[in-house]
Write a protein that binds this ligand. Structure first.
Ligand SMILES: Cc1ncc(COP(=O)(O)O)c(C=O)c1O
Length: 392
């Protein structure tokens, strides 16, 4: 049997653009048969040739070739040293957060995904970890908040649903001088548009359920580490958690990744169209989209990203309009999640951000009349026509 090492590794992919890297993955092909689609190794355990000979595979909680192919591919795409594919974005975030000890302080974006907020409030705070949630687009505020016990900064950029942009390189610079790790949730932009590890972040996390998988058919999470030395700690922790992504789901993400470049370009193009159109609609009071020239994070976005992604939020004039849109959309579906080929719309207050206290929500701008849309890859004009019809 040909060794996996012979086929894989990043060096073969050096010099390729991301458009090519996503198609070819790490090994890309089956090392045994040459099959063009990397196989789903649906096995729990592996035969050992003898007591001294090892294949490198022992038990699928610890290692599985299909999951490994996905992990290696994510290392190539995010330019990291080590990756872990786990069974949800939340499992990825919990794996990363599990390095914190009582007395450690973690700073995070103030309008992070509701599940991340819940993890910190419900699990970490009771354990004795301390937390400040702040607007990380405000570097002055960040400098004032960081303290000697700050061990981690958890950045979502752009944030969800308010689309605030944080300067990853500047945050990493300040955090590293303080000895803190910088973790970036790169779910919204994906490595196609933004590569935080190249900007100084230490760890990237993803909900692979979103753009990486891309088809609303799999729940997955990814962690990518910039340096290999942290890998051993996380490998042990990951093995103990036992939350490694199953072979079939790993394959679904691998298959989704092959079209990541095409999809992200189309999401981006459609989101620009939809955002511009919404902005002109009389029932829409405000649109939150990083692609606007007057977005406060425009400069930073230009510096650290090559696109805006496919997700945007907008505020309408009344609850009546909210209800009308959610009930009347036909092409767009009223459902949670984002990043799939189908356009989805959701109501953050009643769906994704229920955990956040009302006063906190309102101060962030997450009002009852805010909607978030994940613009899919359908014809942009059809998406607009659906919104036009729903808005009446
Ligand atoms: C930015 C972000 N991070 C993490 C998650 C959690 O991912 P999952 O639902 O795959 O657990 C989500 C889910 O919506 C998200 O939007």
């Amino acid at each position: 049997m040909k060794n996996f090492e012979d086929y894989s590794d990043a060096s073969r992919k050096e010099g390729l653009s991301l458009d090519s890297k996503v198609v070819h993955g790490a090994s890309g092909i089956d090392p045994v048969t040459g099959a063009i689609s990397f196989p789903i190794y649906q096995a729990a355990t592996y035969r050992h040739p003898s007591i001294t000979d090892r294949t490198g595979y022992n038990y699928s909680r610890c290692i599985n070739p299909t999951r490994e192919e996905l992990e290696r591919t994510m290392c190539i795409l995010e330019e990291g040293a080590r990756a872990f594919a786990v069974n949800s974005g939340m499992a990825a975030i919990m794996l990363v957060l599990s390095i914190l000890k009582p007395g450690d302080h973690v700073i995070m974006s103030d309008d992070v995904y509701g599940g991340t907020y819940r993890a910190v409030k419900e699990v970490l705070l009771p354990m004795g970890v301390e937390n400040d949630s702040i607007d990380l687009s405000d570097l002055q505020r960040f400098k004032e908040t960081i303290r000697p016990t700050t061990k981690m900064v958890l950045v979502e950029t752009p944030t969800n649903p308010m689309m605030k942009v944080a300067d990853i390189a500047a945050i990493a610079d300040i955090a590293h001088r303080n000895g803190a790790l910088v973790v970036v949730d790169n779910t919204f932009l994906t490595p196609y548009f933004q590569r935080p590890l190249t900007l100084g972040a230490d760890i990237v996390v993803h909900s692979g359920t979103k753009y990486l998988g891309g088809h609303n058919d799999v729940v997955a999470g990814i962690v990518v580490l910039r340096e290999p030395d942290m890998g051993q700690w996380y490998e042990i922790r990951n093995n103990v958690n036992g939350a490694g992504l199953g072979p079939m789901d790993s394959w679904l993400v691998l298959r989704g990744l092959k079209t990541l470049a095409l999809r992200m370009r189309r999401h981006n193009e459609n989101a620009i169209k939809v955002a511009e159109w919404l902005r002109r609609h009389p029932k829409v009071e405000k649109v939150y989209f990083t692609g606007f020239d007057d977005h406060p994070g425009r400069e930073v976005t230009r510096r650290q990203a090559t696109g805006f992604g496919g997700t945007l939020s907008f505020r309408v004039d009344s609850m009546e309009t909210v209800n009308r849109i959610l009930e009347r959309v036909r092409l767009i579906t009223f459902a949670e999640s984002l990043g799939g080929v189908e356009s989805l719309i959701t109501h953050p207050v009643s769906r994704t951000h229920t955990e956040i206290a009302e006063s906190e929500r309102l101060s962030l701008g997450i009002t009852d009349t805010l909607l978030r849309i994940s613009v899919g890859i359908e014809d942009g004009d059809d998406i607009i026509a659906d919104l036009e019809n729903a808005l009446g």
